[in-house]
Each structure stands twice: as structure tokens, then as C-alpha cells.
Design a protein around this ligand. Sequence first.
Ligand code: AMP
Length: 398
Amino acid sequence: MSKTVLVINAGSSSIKYQLTDPVDGTAVASGIVERIGEDMGIVTHKYNGESHTTELVIADHGVGLRKVLELFEQYGPDLEEAGIVAVGHRVVQGGSVFPGPTVITDEVVEQIRGLIPLAPLHNPGHVRGIEVARELFMQVPHVAIFDTSFFQTLPAEAYTYALPKEITQKFAIRRYGFHGTSHQFVSREVANVLGLPNEEVSQIVLHVGSGASVSAVQNGRAVETSMGLTPLEGLVMGTRTGDIDPAVIFHLYRTEGLSIDEIDTMFNKQSGLKGMAGQNDFRELLRLIDEGSADAKLALDVFVHRLVKYIGSYMAVLGGLPNAITFTAGVGENNALVRQMVADRLAGFGIALDPALNEVRSGEPRIISTPDSTVKILVVPTNEELEIARQTVAKIAE
Ligand code: AMP
């Protein structure tokens, strides 16, 4: 182990962490603090192939992170020997304020706090995590890596909503895009696999996990993405609607008297695959389909249809067939059926999967299209922690 970055992803009631070697990509140790602020909390620490779980009341993020330090002492690795050079924090919403990785100062913390109205579900937890981590790891720089930064290159016609200009300006309403760290990591990996300079690749990246988003990346720069002001827009997700006519909100409000908060919860937490079929986990959805559930089959079809619609529109945005279409994240990396269903719908473009390659299970980036497919289809495992670690190290070296 040479030098490492401690990558922290703090949510409202959880803190994920990973001690990462930014050079060889090794996850030296990792873990998660869960159920902060609940009756009973839980911390899981993983090192050397072993997993250690502790239950305790975790009143706040400070208690949680102090427990993590204890677990490092108890089970290893030794944090002195780990040579932590910096802490990299994942931050979901950087607004238009942060176009790239940013060394965290008191002022930056206040700016991230100032973006809470744009990301009420995410930024409050990030701020708490950052504040606590800065106290516990005072000796090293802390860097914020924003999910939105990669999409700050979107052209105005892609990020502007057709609302009154005074409104979009006053409330900073625009499409920001999310999962940027993943799209950035994966799109660069694609260029490596194709053996082409990133600056010459035209590609579409499908990040399909419990949250899901598509991006169009041209010559290393993002030109379109499916998530918007918040991660609600775009693809069908585990529990989110994705694209929907906003008039559904007016209708539910007027006819059912539902409150804005109730509709917010419905659209973010009770919709998507869960809303249509009762299950947000893809493996469970497939089990329901095997058992003959018509709802689950329809949910899968809606999910695939939305993906195909986005791919088609992004090919138009890119002005022609891209070099590559790539699947990543939980479903994209692991589910051959979805990949096959998507590819079948694109056959009219001369796009074809090799069924045998599609079935191969591997943790490696790989091409799964036939040699004569007009577009290369790839599977590339995403690694947001490694991307955060790399960007953190690059930032502090500036
Ligand atoms: P993520 O948000 O990227 O962790 O992805 C979570 C989603 O990936 C869940 O819907 C899981 O059911 C799905 N997933 C994970 N592993 C598999 C697998 N082996 N086969 C099918 N789906 C999977």
C-alpha cells in the first residue's frame, strides 16, 4: 500500500467510505454506517476479505465516523500506514457553482449548504459528513467531487427548460444531470477499450442501476444527459418515475387533494419499477416475471422502451451512429436480458449483440457486440470511488 484516498459518501442517514489506492484502483478497506439517528444503528467494516458488523446507537454523523475510526484501529488497516493523502467527498449537487473538483474550505462548505434547496435529499447529509470528516482528518486536504460537474459542459439548448426566463434565472432552474462521476469514468474506460483517444470518441453511456441515467459524450465532453434539475427526470428507475407529464401533478393535486410532499414522495420513492410491479430490485422483478406476473412484464417493457427512446434521441443529438453504446451499474453490468432486449430494438440500425459474449459474467470492461455491428456495444463496470480518488489526487497535485 503506498498512498491512499479516503472516499466518503455521506447521506442523510448513512456514510459509505472506501480507502482507495488511486493508482492501482484497489479498494483497501470499505464500509458503511447505516441508520444514523434511528433507534439502533449499524456499522459494517470490510478489510482483508473479512466483514465486521457492529450495532450501536448512532446519534449523528460524528458518532458514526468516530466508530469507523475505532473499527480501523481494531480490525485494520492502520491508518498511519495507509498514508492517506486526502479525503474525497462525493457531493450530488454542485449547481453551476462547481464545474470541477474543489478543495474544501469553510466557504466551500457554505456554498454546498447554499445548494440545499436544489438537492434537499442529498446535500444536507453531505454537509454533515464533510464537517465531521474535516474535524477527524484535519491533517489532510478534503476535496469535493460533484455528481453534476461532468455535465457542466452541456450546451445551453440541452440544459435550458422552456420556462419563463425570470423564473429559471431567479431559482437556478436548469438541467444539471447526475451520476456524472460514473459517466466520466465509464466514458474514459470505453475510449481505452476501443483503443481510441477519448477526444475522438462519440458515445452513449447507460448507467442502469437502482437510479438510472443516460449520457451522450462527444470527444470527451458530455453533450446530453437524462437527469435534470434533480435525479427524477429521465429513465424509469427502481422507485422513480423518470419522465412524466408535469400535468400529472396538477391532476393529482386537484382531483385527489394530494399535497406537494405526498406527490414528491410518490414520484421519488413509490413509482418506477416498484410502483408498476411492487418490486424495485431488478432480480425480484425478473423472479415475478418468471412466476407469470403481467405487471412485472409490463414494467420491464416500459423500462426497456424508455431506454431505447433515449438511445435513439441521443444518436440524433450526436448527429449519427456513435462509436459505442455502453452498459454500466447494477442492472447494466449484470443483466444480459435487458442488454439483449435493448439491442434487439436497435437491430434496424445495424446494431447487433453477440449472444454468447452478452452472457459472459466478468468484472472486466468488454465488448459484447458482433464484429460487424455498426456500433460497438460494451459492458464497463463503473467505479465511482476510484474516479473520486483519482480526481481528488489530481486536484491536490495542482
Ligand atoms: P446499483 O444501484 O448500481 O447498485 O444497482 C442496483 C440494481 O442492480 C438492483 O435493481 C439490482 O437488482 C440490480 N442487480 C444487481 N446485481 C444483479 C444481477 N446479478 N442480476 C440482475 N440485476 C442485478
